[in-house]
Write a protein that binds this ligand. Structure first.
Ligand SMILES: C[S@@+](CC[C@H](N)C(=O)[O-])C[C@H]1O[C@@H](n2cnc3c(N)ncnc32)[C@H](O)[C@@H]1O
Length: 258
């Protein structure tokens, strides 16, 4: 359908971590009013049921090594679809400005004088630990948290992981599962060996799973990682707040004493 109503616009919407109820009211209203939707792999497609019946919903990728379209192709498509349909909603997992390349897309669209709007989403970095009852900060336990990428654009671990390991902050590592062993070896150099960590995959979805260990035993967690599912690693004493932690600690002590 050709855009005839002069409402050309691109709205960047953060869809939240996966559970469709974890989108903002403003984000949901944007979906309801969209003339075209471009969505990513980490967006739960169930949310698209709220779009108007005739709204084209285009899947544009992308997961590790499985990019449906390149970033340049997505940028071009955004401009094309806005000119063709009017109001385009660009739907991304979590928050679009947290490792989401949202600002690059906004810059590209604005360079064509197309108006834009940004609707923040709940980042997996915040929501996924919270849903497991792991607070990112707790009075007297820690004073900050860092959200770090576990894989930089050249495939290496971020230098900030080394810096974060030296701090007392809770570390929340996104895109880190494929570099998990490298990351833990860095952390071990600086943190106490009994520092707990959690790996949480498919957070907020029915098949969410969590593995908790201490960094001296990080290799025990390797067999539990599903490399096809998104996951975050949370490292720091706040992980001990998880309801299962005490039980696991008791088992560990019992097993080591007999
Ligand atoms: C490209 S980043 C995008 C992050 C997103 N913008 C956000 O704010 O959540 C993708 C990474 O986010 C994390 N992630 C996203 N959704 C997740 C979920 N439901 N459960 C666990 N980790 C998730 C994983 O580390 C995944 O590799």
């Amino acid at each position: 359908m050709k855009n005839q109503n002069n409402s050309t616009k691109v709205t960047l919407v953060g869809a939240g971590p996966g559970d469709i109820d974890l989108i903002t009211i403003k984000g949901l209203n944007a979906i309801k009013n969209a003339d075209c939707i471009l969505y990513d792999a980490l967006v739960n497609p169930e949310i698209l049921k709220y779009a108007k019946k005739d709204t084209p919903c285009i899947y544009v990728g992308k997961r590790f090594n499985n990019h449906r379209l390149t970033q340049e192709e997505i940028n071009t498509l955004l401009v094309e679809k806005a000119s063709e349909h009017g109001h385009v909603v660009r739907l991304k997992g979590g928050d679009s400005f947290v490792f989401g390349r949202g600002s690059e897309e906004i810059e590209h669209v604005e360079s064509f004088n197309i108006p834009t709007e940004i609707i923040p989403g709940i980042s997996s970095a915040l929501a996924v630990p919270a849903l497991q009852g792991i607070p990112l900060t707790k009075r007297t336990v820690n004073e900050s948290f860092w959200v770090i990428t576990g894989t930089t654009s050249n495939g290496n671990i971020s230098k900030d992981i080394k810096l974060g390991a030296q701090s007392s902050a809770t570390l929340v590592i996104l895109m880190g599962l494929r570099n998990f062993s490298l990351i833990m070896e860095e952390i071990k150099k600086c943190r106490h060996k009994y520092t707990p960590f959690a790996i949480i995959q498919n957070g907020s979805l029915p098949d969410e799973k969590i593995t908790i260990e201490t960094i001296n035993n990080y290799k025990n967690a390797l067999g539990f990682i599903d490399y096809n599912k998104p996951g975050i690693i949370v490292i720091g004493d706040v992980v001990a707040e998880h309801s299962s932690y005490l039980d696991e600690e008791i088992q560990r002590v019992l097993n080591s004493s007999f």
